[in-house]
Design a protein around this ligand. Structure first.
Ligand SMILES: Cc1cc2nc3c(=O)[nH]c(=O)nc-3n(C[C@H](O)[C@H](O)[C@H](O)COP(=O)(O)OP(=O)(O)OC[C@H]3O[C@@H](n4cnc5c(N)ncnc54)[C@H](O)[C@@H]3O)c2cc1C
Length: 264
């Protein structure tokens, strides 16, 4: 008897769900350092948002959009950018997003002029991952754009997991504690003294990394650098694919880097 599953049944149509668009307003702003601005949004529309997984993302829609804006056929699509839902408080309907003030682009410009009451439309969350409860050691290599995601990961990791974070930022003023976790082991790397290229110092760390058995590595930074780091870990450091997660968060010289760049 042939036990091979039949391949003649019609394939199910993929279900495309329309993302829920949520109109939010700025409740407060706080500078975590000269290049990182924390924005707390609120809105009744955040009912049912999340809970976001660690390392997940949202989409921000820019432009002068009415709160009930919906995409319509034939209309130009507004500019969107990808950010991390750093913290969500369902009772207060508050969502925290941390923006790198890198100086170019629609999102970076928006956060420079944002005030209490400024409005935005968001969609999501999507993506993200959950790490195993018995994870022994998590090594994170991140630039400032990925530090909000690092915060979500560390806040959700069991206290028994050992954590080592290599955080690449511009200079000493850019240091802040990205998570609620007590005394995380953070090794700061500063680009400005050596005028290192984005991700260059993380690459140097990867070159000398010895990953113990049972450890995982999570890398997120500039897209070209993340590819170099991934190849280096695979080919020179003998790290298994299953031991690593790599993500390109932005690309030098390009706008609107996609939200699903796996770094390979
Ligand atoms: C899953 C995911 C989560 C993310 N979460 C966050 C987050 O929480 N906070 C955050 O700040 N960013 C986050 N990013 C990165 C963010 O999406 C990009 O930095 C995005 O390009 C910013 O949009 P923009 O309009 O400011 O600049 P763009 O219009 O996209 O780019 C304009 C110019 O600025 C450069 N540029 C873009 N980003 C940076 C940067 N970080 N440093 C230096 N130059 C840059 C580009 O190369 C380009 O030349 C995330 C990205 C992903 C994929």
């Amino acid at each position: 008897m042939n036990t091979t599953p039949s391949t003649t049944e019609p394939a199910a149509e993929p279900v495309r769900r329309k993302p829920t668009l949520r109109a939010v307003k700025v409740r407060s702003l706080e500078d975590l350092g000269p290049r990182m601005r924390r924005v707390t949004f609120f809105g009744e529309s955040l009912e049912g948002f999340g809970p976001p997984k660690p390392g997940s993302h949202i989409k921000l829609f820019f432009g002068d959009l009415p709160p009930d804006w919906q995409p319509a056929a034939g209309q130009p699509r507004p500019l969107t950018r990808t950010y991390t839902p750093r913290h969500f408080d369902p009772a207060r309907r508050e969502l925290v997003v941390d923006f790198v003030r890198h100086g170019a682009g629609v999102a970076s410009a928006w956060v420079e002029q944002a005030r209490v009451g400024s409005a935005l439309i968001i969609a999501g969350p999507g993506g993200g991952q959950v790490f195993p409860d018995d994870l022994r050691h998590l090594v994170l290599l991140a630039d400032e754009s990925a530090l909000p995601a690092v915060g979500t990961i560390l806040d959700n990791l069991p206290p028994t997991s050992l954590v080592t974070l290599y955080a690449e930022v511009e200079n000493t003023m850019d240091r802040y504690n990205p998570s609620l976790r007590a005394s995380p082991d953070i090794r700061w790397l500063f680009r400005s003294p050596s005028r290192a290229a984005p991700g260059g110092l993380l690459r140097q760390v990867a070159q000398g990394l010895n990953l113990a058995e049972g450890a995982l590595i999570w890398v997120a930074c500039e897209a070209t650098a993340v590819r170099e780091i991934r190849q280096l870990l695979l080919n020179e450091r003998g790290v298994d694919r299953a031991q690593m997660v790599t993500r390109g968060y932005w690309k030098a010289g390009e706008s609107d880097h996609p939200d699903h760049d796996m770094g390979d």
